[in-house]
Design a protein around this ligand. Sequence first.
Ligand SMILES: *Cc1c(COP(=O)(O)O)cnc(C)c1O
Length: 334
Amino acid sequence: MTLTLADILRARQVLRGRADATPLVPSPFMSARTGTPFLLKLENMQPIGAFKLRGALSAVAALPEGTAGVTCCSTGNHGRGVAFSAAERGLRAVICMSELVPQAKVDGIRALGAEVRIRGQSQDDALAESRRLVAEEGLVEISPFDDPQVIAGQGTIGLEMLEARPDLQTLLVPLSGGGLAAGVALAAKAIKPGIRVVGITMERGAAMAASIAAGHPVEVEEVASLADSLGGGIGAGNRLSFPLCRDLLDETVLVSEEEIYHAMQVLYYEDRIVAEGACVVGLAACLSGKLEPEGPTATIITGRNPDMGLFTRVITGQDVVLGDLTVKGHPYGT
Ligand SMILES: *Cc1c(COP(=O)(O)O)cnc(C)c1O
């Protein structure tokens, strides 16, 4: 199965007026630091607080009449998008998540009327529960990243960025299961083949980067991270997001928890944006010197649903404990 720009253009029709046209704004601080125009695509302003609404609306719209209901595994934001989209269509939704998912995300999903199942310590455990619901209750599973409709929905972000700024030369895309990066890279390279698209993720649990390096999907251990939305594997049977990311991403860059911590402070104090750790990996890669942006550059601020207790600790410069790792706190600017 191949996915093309035409699929992304079709998804755009579904999203029109519901989950589209988020602002693309300059970051004066990041522009000064990198010496090139640096822009932020504000997907944190979506109705559910994250870009995942695009893929979820696109996938739910494609379901046939008479669908019994939907289920998915999620690190939180996909579940919220599916819950929102299913409620709009009057469908039952059961969202399966692991114990690593912040409570704020669980509460947000329940508030949309979906059922929540918490299972185990990893996305694999959550996925097993979702698969059981498909087999036993006839629900339809919507993958957070390995689904053509989901990838097409996320790809509309790439269309919007290049329409707003045709001069963009580098796109920095937070990377987990790769639905976002696959869609954005597909759209961007269809419009502008020479554009550089970089996938960025955390060092702790970088499943897609490890899979690209190995040449096939591999499993990595899932551990706590400031970028909790980037957790989880890519699925041993990955059909779409893995080959697309392998073929379309120019490179992948990994950032440390310390670098994410600092970049969360930068985005908050310099751009005054409340966002998850997952959103700032593009900033972190540039601020750490691991990535040199060339020409006008944009990154995607993917979501605003952090655990607020954790977020407050980072912003006020306190230590953060992530499983066996303690990120040493420091007030911003020190
Ligand atoms: C899901 C998610 C990502 C990563 O998207 P993938 O399609 O899984 O690569 C990044 N940021 C946030 C906030 C997310 O919820």
